[in-house]
Design a protein. Structure first.
Length: 209
């Protein structure tokens, strides 16, 4: 989603009434870089799940502010500054959570054997979605006008809900501990649980898992 902001940021800033949209786009890039570094420093202290949830909710709130600012721009010219702040905030929260964190989670959810395949599938899914959203964004924006980011808000809230209820914390936990957590959440006692054959492929070549 943030890539779409970068792809069309100059046009978005122009429609928001920003006098020098190119400089605002450069500013968004600076924010992107700065908060990537912030995420790298705090990810091992705070954990994957809290950062991801914070990022998703922050992006959703930022998208709401951006929608309101774009919708009221004709009545309130100072909303252009709100638009800039909302986009910068959107980018910052993306780099705090949904940008880097899913790659940590995917790598830590799988044992060494299937991990490369899992990361490959995640990368394919990520860039396929990025391509589809990037190509369709101008048409959806033409259809929805200033309310196009409401679609992003709905999706982000859906991702937040899924993460909150289904995605475990993986920081400092072994693969075996994570799978035991999935068993517990499924209501199965670890002592009574027998992994199906399909699940055994996730263990790779490690006999201890």
């Amino acid at each position: 989603m943030t890539n779409q902001v970068f792809y069309y940021s100059t046009g978005i800033f122009e429609r928001a009434g920003v006098p020098l949209p190119v400089y605002a786009t450069i500013g968004a890039g600076v924010v992107n870089t700065a908060f990537t570094l912030v995420s790298l420093f705090v990810v091992e202290r705070v954990g994957r799940r809290p950062l991801h949830l914070t990022g998703l909710m922050g992006m959703a709130v930022s998208a709401v502010f951006l929608t309101v600012a774009m919708a009221l721009l004709d009545q309130l010219k100072w909303m252009s500054y709100v638009s800039i702040g909302a986009i910068f905030s959107f980018v910052a929260f993306f780099e705090i959570g949904p940008g880097p964190i899913p790659w940590f989670i995917v790598a830590e959810l799988f044992s060494q054997g299937p991990r490369p395949a899992a990361i490959a599938v995640a990368g394919f899914s990520n860039w396929s979605a990025n391509f589809l959203v990037g190509m369709s964004f101008p048409y959806v924006e033409q259809l929805c006008g200033p309310y196009v980011f409401i679609i992003f808000t709905i999706l982000l809230l859906g991702f937040f809900t899924f993460t909150y209820f289904k995605v475990p914390e993986t920081k400092g936990r072994s693969f075996d501990e994570i799978t035991a957590g999935f068993r517990k959440s499924a209501g199965l006692g670890a002592g009574k649980y027998s992994a199906p054959e399909e699940f055994n492929t996730l263990r790779g070549d490690d006999p201890d898992l």
